[in-house]
Design a protein around this ligand. Structure first.
Ligand code: HEM
Length: 157
């Protein structure tokens, strides 16, 4: 183990050239730290969506009877908007979370499920990712359209 005296970075009397100081390597952004903070935001968002949902279910009466009720200055409809907004935010963070782990997802599918010899390259993985996202969005859109065209508004048979 090198002693502190022989270590140029710790020796007290040794002059450090200004050029050496100015050329310190730039601090790399650690992906583990990015993942950590994104996961923390994800956890808080999921907990928040859950909390808003429980409040709406437990504190307010059924939505059809909630007209005129309010909690901490927000009406039922405003709580409903808060729920939808936080859900959309959570969906965006989950998208980012999965994008950061997409390499891992492709590796598992390629090696463990499809038993491929070689993993698809980065470009192909991105194309699969975008295609998966478009397919998911289409599925959600189809479900919403099906609901819109088959809903029974009040007063209709
Ligand atoms: C409450 C929501 C979630 C939280 C708090 C969460 C947290 C985490 C944490 C702590 C990790 C390991 C650390 C890291 O590499 O980032 C991880 C990995 C991962 N998560 Fe999530 N996650 C959540 C939701 C999801 C969802 C909804 C998906 C997929 C649709 C997902 C997919 C993955 C994948 C693929 C990995 C990598 C697995 C691995 O490396 O073994 N996560 N997540």
């Amino acid at each position: 183990m090198p002693s502190a005296a022989s270590d140029p970075s710790t020796a007290p009397n040794q002059a450090v050239a200004p050029a050496a100081v100015s050329r310190l390597p730039p601090r790399k952004l650690s992906m583990a730290l990015v993942n950590f903070w994104l996961d923390a935001v994800l956890l808080v968002t999921a907990a928040f969506v859950g909390w808003v949902t429980v409040v709406m279910r437990v504190v307010f009466p059924a939505p059809t009877f909630a007209a005129g009720w309010s909690l901490w200055g927000l009406t039922y409809n405003q709580w409903h908007d808060l729920q939808f907004g936080s859900l959309c935010f959570g969906a965006l963070v989950i998208l980012l979370h999965v994008m950061l782990h997409w390499n891992w997802v492709c590796s598992v599918i390629g090696a463990q499920i499809l038993h491929l010899r070689r993993r698809p390259d980065e470009g192909l993985q991105t194309i699969y990712g975008v295609a998966t996202l478009i397919a998911l969005l289409m599925l959600i859109l189809a479900g919403v359209i099906a609901a819109i065209v088959t809903v029974h508004p009040a007063g209709t048979p």
